[in-house]
Structures are given as C-alpha cells and as structure tokens.
Design a protein around this ligand. Structure first.
Ligand SMILES: Nc1ncnc2c1ncn2[C@@H]1O[C@H](COP(=O)(O)OP(=O)(O)OP(=O)(O)O)[C@@H](O)[C@H]1O
Ligand SMILES: [Mg+2]
Length: 701
C-alpha cells in the first residue's frame, strides 16, 4: 500500500491556520479585512482576555445569504476572485478564501449574518472545523463573527500566546491602523474593561490622527502629497500580434502618495512608527522602508527613524499582493520607480517645509522606541536587525505597561493602553471639544459604556445603517460623504498647521549676539531663535562639499609640511579602498612606509589635529560599514560620510567668538541650504522659542 495520503480537510485547514492565524491580532486582522471588503461603515471589535477567550467583530456590511454563509467556511471559498487573471488586479483585501476556514479550525466560531434583503438571517456554529448547528434567525443587515477559545484544540499554539495585555496591544494596533486608513468609517474596540478605541467618522486623515493620537502628535507631523503618472502599466503589453487592434491603448494610471511625515526633531529608535499602506492595505516593505530612510538621510541620525504614515495608491496591476500568507508583504512590478518616487516626494516635502524645531519640544525630544503596530509575526523583516523588531512590551501588568510606555516614549503613535481604573485619562480630546458635538477619541473607563449592549448583534448596535445600499457588496472606499467635522477638531488642525513655523526666514533674522560664544541668538517675527553655530556651519559646509564633489571642483590646499599618519594594517586596507574617493574630495595622500601615510594636501579649511581626526574617523566608519565602493549605492553613502566628516572637522567650533557680520553670513548661508533643520548627523541646528510660547510663559495669554 502506498504511503502517501491526501490530508483530511480539517488537518489541511489547521495547517493553513498555522500560517494565517498565529495570535488574536491576526484573527482580528482577517475579520476586519472581511468587514471592510463587505463595505462596512461601522466596525466594532470586542475582545476578552486579550482575544484568547473571545473576539467578536460586528459590521454593517453586505452580509451573507444562508448558502454563502455555509460556503464561506469551505477552503478556497471566496466571492472576491473568479479566475487566475483576477489575481493580477486584486482590489479587495482578501482573496484566498482561507481565513474563515482557518480560524474555524482552531476556535469555536459563531457567525451571524443577514443581507437585509428580505431573507431572514443565518446563525452558524462551528467548533474546531466541525459544523455544529445552522439555524435561521431574524437579524438585521450585517455580520457578526464571534471567535471563542482560540487554539482550544491546538495547545502548542496556545502556549505561544503572550500575556493578555500584550495581545490586546497588538489587537489595538491593528484596529488603530485600519482606523487610520479609513477615517470615513466608524471603528470601536472594546476590551473586557475599557472602550479602547472609539473613532467616529471624520472627513480627513488629519482629523483621524487627531482623534486617535491627539493634538500634540498631529502638531509634530507634516502633510505630504504627490502624484506620478505612470508611463507604462505594470505588466508588459502583449506582443503586437496578440493585441486586439480595436482595443484602445491602456491607460497606465498613476502613482499617488499622501500621508504625514515627522519633523526631523521627532526621532524613533526603531521603524515601528512607519506605517505603509498600499491601496489601503497595511504592509511591511523593505523597499519602501529603505526609501523613507533615504529621504531622511543626513537629516536625522542614521540610527534614528522618523514617524511616517504613507498611503500609496496605484493601479492594482502594479502590485502583487499574493506573496505572503498573512498578506502583509507585497511585490511591486515597478519597484525602483516606486522606491524613488517615495524617496523623492518625501525628501522634497522635507526640503520645502523646513520645519523649525520648537525650543520646548526639543528639550525632551529623545529618540524613543515605540511598540510595533504590526503583529510581530508580520513585523520583523527578513534579516532585519533586532532594533526593527517590535519592542517587547512588559507582560501581564497593565500598569507597568503604561508607565514603561510613558518613560520610553516622549511621543507615541500607539494609543496608550488604558489602566483598569475608572475615570478619564488625559488622552481624551473630547474634553477640549465638547463631548457631544461630534467626533472624538475616547480612551479610558467610566465612559458610561453599556456593557449589556454587547450581547446584541451588529446592526442592532449600529443603527441607523449609514452603509452602502442593501445588496451592494462592493468595497465602499468613499463612505465618507455627509459626515460633518467637529469645529474643535478643525480648530486644532488649523492651529497645528499654523504652528508649523519654518526656517525660510532664517536668512533675515537679526543676530543679537552669542551665548557663551557657542550659540547665536537672533530675533525675527516668529520669536527668539537659538542657533548652534557649529552645526549650522557644518550643514553649510556639508552641502557645499557634496555640490563641489559632484562637479569635481573640491578646493584643496597644500600643506606646508606633509602630515604623517600612522595606521594599523587593517586600517591600511580600508584606506586603500576609499583612497580614490578621498582624493576626489581634495586629499593628496601618499604611502610613506608600510604603515604610514603622508598627507600632502587636504580640503580647504581642514587643518592640523582636525585633519588627522577626520581621516581616522572616516577610516573607522568605513571599516564598520565594510563597503565596497564598486556599488553605486555604497559610493553615495561613502561620499556622504566623507563630506559629513570634513564638514564636521572644519566647521566653526563652539567657544569661538563671532562678529556680527560673520553671524549674519552664517545665517544667510544656512538659509540657502536644502535642509537647514539639522546637521548631517541629525542634530537640530536652530530652535525657535516662539512668540506664542514666550507670551504664554509670561502669562500674557
Ligand atoms: N463580514 C463579512 N461580510 C460579508 N461577507 C463576508 C464577511 N466575511 C466573510 N465573508 C464572505 O466569506 C468569504 C470567505 O471569507 P474568507 O475571509 O475566508 O476569504 P476571503 O476574504 O475571500 O479571502 P482571504 O482568505 O484572503 O481572507 C468572503 O469571500 C466573503 O464573501
Ligand atoms: Mg478574508
């Protein structure tokens, strides 16, 4: 008898579940995506014990007929895809028909659904993949899925679950994510004790950011938008003999980018605050992370990461979403184009905005780590260093979780995990806007929330139905129309926008003098500026060196006496590798014995001890980087590093007196740079003590 057997469905489903569902947050992700695909405009998520005991998602989407509801639990049963060619242009979040059978194979699932088209509703109970009961039930339109006792029949999986607070944090992150990408929809997340997220519909993403993260965060972010018409559609055109001459030429569509990025003063220790959505799908992508890091190169330190919410829209044919079991990774057909588009759009936005760092905000602007908003299974990139992995959250104790979060983060992009005490937390923006006047974000307990309501089904909770017309089961991305904005939110938005003072005026500031011969004090319309003379000059020189190097015009000076530099053998090897680039940057260096170099000429302004230090620094950094300048990318990195190092060692030092003319010159030169916000190593150059802050400090407003 042969040894090979076809696995029973139930086993196959459990195996698939291993890939699709690994913790409560991944169940929430699948069910949320289903609700969004069903065109829901209101989605309510309830979890108990971090989702281990219970996850319930109620939506007001199109619902399912009895037959469809039964089919939905079969493997490869989907309404979203018909032919293989549909795979090339998927516009829904789901498409494999795997999520429901996978979840049902490892939990006790109850589905209640109705289309609201005259039929009664359907209730189905399944446990461990076995259908237990199917009954008709009068239900309003929508779907409620309850997933209880996750992994009850796969104890090995259950063991891998973390503390309830950790699992809840991941679920919260997911709901938050989807709330961000759909500001026009109503999202709620309820834990056993708190209403964790409550985000009623708003019209703009900025308002949603305000709802979820508050005014302070919004004030630290700047908007970006860009569009690039595509020259060709993602897939090559069919050969001429296969083309239908009647068929009009395909419109290749466009790449669109919108979102928010942080001012350089705001820095994170990991990439967890970078959110990327492609066609409204939350993804992790190495390529786009790289593009974002590149945009911030030499604007923030190389070890820090910005906060970015990036919404990319492109024709569905441009992106292959079928490359990852949890659908959190994608493959772009024109990846270089997209990479460069993202990098350049962000970089240009940064250059244009030139945001000034506020004096008070800068004081506690320490790079901080933030917990990931992605479930860890999806989050770490292949080969990613540990810093990219989600910062572990303290387990079990929510109070510890809270205080650790407060300590670790001067700025946070995850809503704070609530502590189980009653009363309002300060993170409740409704206080400033009037509780009843419209959208707001409530976090905390004691909101008068009626727990008994949770027994009800979706549509009963979600009246009046604001969703698409009954029967319309297509995704409804534009359900926003008709939602009014809260005046308080608007006011905060305007304030945040006004607060974005920029550095354009830095050239016309009037320098008053120096503070300890190190910082220039200057005044302008916006307030009092404090400029670090060393880093300001460093930025000016850095950009000049790069420009001069580009056109091979670096100015060099001959040294009166050659400078002898001793190197270790390994440093000699590194030096040999970067010698040519150094030469193009104004150095003339010759070997002087086996371990000694004679420097005969150097870039103008670099002398004596500083010259020696600079060389040592570049050699050291290059040996760490272990680069081979043969590759284009690395050559740019090397070039930038050399320029940064020369700039740093030839710039005006602190403790150096400057006369008014020199201060004015420096400010003018700084104004001409592309990134006057920070030095090439990412430190702030100029801080603004704004007129508003000054008046407030003196209790005048
Ligand atoms: N909340 C819902 N409202 C309406 N229909 C739903 C809902 N959830 C699931 N369905 C239906 O059940 C089908 C199966 O869902 P399931 O999540 O298993 O697969 P999918 O979404 O098609 O693909 P994927 O496995 O990639 O998520 C869906 O195609 C959809 O027709
Ligand atoms: Mg699905």
């Amino acid at each position: 008898m042969g040894r090979i057997r076809i696995l029973p469905d139930q086993v196959a489903n459990q195996i698939a579940a291993g890939e699709v569902v690994d913790r409560p947050a991944s169940v929430v992700k699948e069910l949320l995506e289903n609700a969004l695909d069903a065109g829901a405009t209101r989605i309510r998520v309830e979890v108990e014990a971090g989702g281990r005991r219970l996850i319930r998602i109620a939506d007001d989407g199109c619902g399912m007929s009895r037959d469809d509801a039964l089919l939905a639990f079969e493997r490869h049963a989907t309404s979203k895809l018909r032919t293989a060619s549909d795979l090339l242009s998927i516009s829904t979040l789901g498409f494999r028909g795997e999520a429901l059978p996978s979840i049902a194979s490892v939990a006790r699932v109850t589905l209640e659904t109705a289309t609201g088209e005259g039929e009664t509703g359907t209730r189905i109970e399944i446990a461990g993949g076995k259908m237990l009961r199917v009954e008709d039930l009068a239900l309003p339109r929508g779907t409620t899925i309850t997933v209880a006792d996750l992994f009850f029949n796969t104890p090995a999986r259950r063991k891998f679950l973390r503390a309830e607070s950790t699992e809840l944090a991941h679920v919260t992150a997911l709901v938050t994510h989807y709330a961000l990408v759909h500001p026009e929809k109503h999202f709620e997340l309820q834990s056993a004790t708190h209403l964790v997220v409550s985000a009623p519909p708003v019209t703009r993403t900025a308002e949603r950011i305000y709802q979820i993260f508050g005014k302070e965060t919004l004030g630290q972010l700047l908007p970006v938008a860009a569009e690039l018409p595509l020259e060709r559609a993602g897939l090559p055109d069919p050969p001429p003999w296969k083309r239908d001459p009647e068929e009009p030429a395909r419109d290749p569509g466009a790449l669109r980018l919108s979102g928010f990025y942080s001012k350089p003063e705001l820095q994170k220790l990991n990439r967890n605050s970078i959110y990327i959505f492609v066609n409204k799908r939350l993804i992790r992508d190495r390529l786009l992370l790289h593009a974002i890091t590149e945009a911030y190169r030499n604007v923030i330190p190389p070890t820090s990461f910005p906060v970015v919410l990036l919404f990319l829209e492109m024709p569905p044919e441009e992106v292959d979403v079928n490359v990852h079991p949890a659908k959190t990774e994608v493959r772009f057909r024109q990846s270089t184009l997209i990479h460069d588009f993202v990098r350049d759009s962000l970089r240009t936005a940064l250059m244009k905005a030139r945001p000034a760092a506020a004096f008070l905000a800068a004081i506690d602007a320490q790079p901080s780590a933030s917990p990931s908003l992605m479930p860890p299974a999806a989050s770490p990139l292949p080969g990613a260093p540990d810093s990219e992995r989600p910062a572990p959250l303290p387990d079990s104790d929510p109070v510890a979780l809270e205080s650790a979060a407060t300590e670790a983060e001067a700025f946070r992009l995850t809503p704070r995990m609530p502590t189980p005490v009653s009363g309002k937390l300060p993170f409740n923006v409704q206080d400033s806007g009037g509780r009843d006047s419209g959208p707001g974000f409530a976090l905390g307990t004691g909101q008068g929330f009626d727990r008994s309501a949770w027994g009800a089904t979706a549509a009963a909770l979600f009246q009046p139905a604001n969703g698409p017309a009954a029967g319309d089961c297509s995704p409804n991305p534009n359900g926003a129309a008709g939602y009014a904005s809260n005046p308080a939110t608007e006011a905060a938005l305007v304030e945040a926008e006004q607060a974005a003072a920029n550095l354009n005026q830095i050239g016309s500031l009037r320098p008053l003098g120096q503070l300890r011969e190190s910082f220039i004090l200057a005044v302008g319309e916006d307030g009092l500026w404090i400029i670090d003379q060393h880093v300001a000059h460093e930025r000016v020189l850095f950009e000049k060196i790069l420009r001069d190097r580009q056109v091979e015009q670096v100015q060099r000076q001959r040294l009166l006496m050659p400078l002898l530099v001793e190197l270790r053998p390994d440093q000699m090897v590194v030096f040999a590798r970067i010698a040519e680039e150094l030469e193009r940057n104004g150095f003339e260096v010759e070997p002087f014995g086996p371990q000694t170099l004679a420097v005969k000429a150097a870039p103008v302004g670099l002398e004596g001890m500083e010259l020696e230090r600079m060389l040592g620094e570049v050699i050291e950094q290059s040996s760490v980087a272990g680069e081979e300048p043969a590759r284009n990318e690395d050559l740019t990195a090397l070039r930038t590093r050399i320029a940064a190092s020369i700039a740093c060692h030839s710039a005006i030092k602190i403790n150096t007196p400057l006369d008014p003319a020199r201060m004015e010159w420096l400010l003018l030169e700084l104004a001409r740079t592309s990134h006057p916000t920070s030095c090439p190593h990412g430190r702030p150059i100029a801080l603004l003590y704004s007129w508003n802050e000054i008046q407030r400090a003196f209790h005048r407003i």
